[in-house]
Design a protein around this ligand. Structure first.
Ligand code: ADP
Length: 245
């Protein structure tokens, strides 16, 4: 089953498209690494995928339904770029953030025992059980990412979308973080991740999409390394779309 289907998607904030004619299918259970130069439209494409932006033309479907129907967040975990930023001083605790994942599941009148169990299990699952009462603003960047992943798990998300989650995170935490992503992916969670480090993303992802406004490549990480899609996308050379299926 396709988790993500983009059909000739074009989107711009103004007159100029920043994402143009992108068609891309990702099967459920894949781990897609999204790469491209700065300003190439990666964050915009991710926001289109999870229904936070609506295409000017073309269509986006998630698990067979229009993406905007998922924008309320029930089946999507989104870890935006700035959660690791020290400027992000959220005065809420880890548990309070993770509870937000339960909102779409909650009965009127408060949290059930099942909600509480699910929140607790999600916090333990990402390895921050001892930090449940800590304010998120007092956590390291790596710990904050785990809070947002726990929120997605508590919400029983089918798709996890992460925007450069390991920027500003030390190498050891980054490895641990990718190990966690692999475990979750092995358990069936579909993952889409923007990563600027090509070496890291081609090691960990099961598929690569390379974007610079248009799609330059989609397929196997090994094939990506061997093609000149990367040089073309970054250097603005001749564009050859390579679909490796
Ligand atoms: P990337 O994630 O690859 O760095 P973005 O998707 O963030 O690229 O941005 C693509 C282009 O769209 C850039 O030129 C950026 O300046 C522009 N852009 C991004 N967000 C907005 C916005 N909210 N309003 C107007 N322009 C934007």
């Amino acid at each position: 089953m396709a988790a993500i289907e983009l059909e000739d998607v074009t989107f711009g904030y103004g007159e100029q498209p920043v994402v143009e004619s992108v068609s891309l299918d990702v099967a459920a259970g894949e781990f897609l690494g999204l790469v491209g130069p700065n300003g190439s439209g990666k964050t915009t494409l991710l926001r289109l995928v999870i229904g936070l932006e609506t295409p000017d033309s073309g269509a986006v479907r998630l698990f067979g339904d229009p993406a905007h129907e998922f924008a309320d967040g029930e089946r999507i975990g989104y870890v935006p770029q700035d959660v690791t930023s020290a400027k992000n001083q959220m005065p809420v605790t880890v548990e309070e953030v993770v509870r937000m994942g339960r909102y779409p599941h909650r009965w009127i009148g408060g949290f059930s025992d099942e909600d509480r169990r699910s929140v607790r299990a999600a916090i333990e699952r990402v390895g921050i059980g001892d930090l449940a009462d800590r304010r998120v603003g007092r956590l390291s960047g790596g710990q904050r990412q785990r809070v947002f992943i726990a929120r997605a798990l508590a919400g029983e998300a089918d798709l996890l979308a992460l925007d450069e989650p390991t920027v500003g995170v030390d190498a050891e935490s980054r490895e641990a973080f990718y190990r966690l992503l692999h475990e979750l992916n092995d358990e069936g969670l579909t993952i889409v991740l923007i990563e600027h480090d090509i070496g890291v993303v081609t090691t960990h992802a099961s598929e690569i999409a390379c974007l610079n406004r248009t799609l330059f490549f989609h397929g196997d990480p090994d094939a990506f390394v061997e093609t000149d899609a990367l040089a073309n996308a970054y250097g603005g050379g001749q564009r050859v779309v390579h679909h490796d299926h």
